[in-house]
Design a protein. Structure first.
Length: 101
């Protein structure tokens, strides 16, 4: 059974910023990023525990072709995946799990 998903406001901002950055560099590249992110989310939905749990209760799914991780946690009771960050891998790793900003 597949899980539904929800983006946090932080993850939504990060994705929008990444889309804009790539799209200004090359027309269509932002859309390619979005498609790769969607493909990764589909993989997460099909089996949320397939990706490593780097820090409880969070898991990290590496995005193909782009330097991003999708950081998420699951609510098994509600069959929900909470996407907390679309994290660029060149950012300071100490900020990876600071979800309040």
């Amino acid at each position: 059974m597949s899980f539904s998903f929800l983006f946090s406001s932080r993850a939504g901002r990060e994705l929008a910023d990444a889309w804009e950055w790539y799209e200004t560099r090359q027309t269509g590249l932002g859309y390619e990023l979005r498609q790769v992110i969607e493909d990764t989310i589909i993989r997460i939905q099909s089996n949320p525990v397939q990706f490593p749990q780097k820090r409880k209760p969070y898991r990290e799914a590496k995005v193909d072709r782009f330097p991003y991780l999708i950081i998420y946690r699951t609510e098994k009771k509600n069959k929900l995946i909470l996407i907390l960050s679309v994290f660029h891998t060149s950012r300071n790793p100490r900020r990876k799990y600071r979800f309040e900003d």
